[in-house]
Design a protein around this ligand. Structure first.
Ligand SMILES: [Zn+2]
Length: 45
């Protein structure tokens, strides 16, 4: 589980509420989900 404001390992993450997917490079903080404004993501592999 990763939350908004954290800098998780590079990869693709999915909003746990609306399933919006976002890819981060390991140096970027996760944003608030642009679709539902939720703040928790899970890693997608
Ligand atoms: Zn969402």
């Amino acid at each position: 589980m990763a939350k908004t404001g954290e800098k998780p390992a590079a990869g693709t993450y999915k909003c746990t509420k609306c399933r919006f997917k976002i890819t981060v490079d390991g140096a970027t903080e996760l944003p608030i989900c642009p679709l539902c404004k939720f703040d928790e993501y899970v890693k997608v592999d």
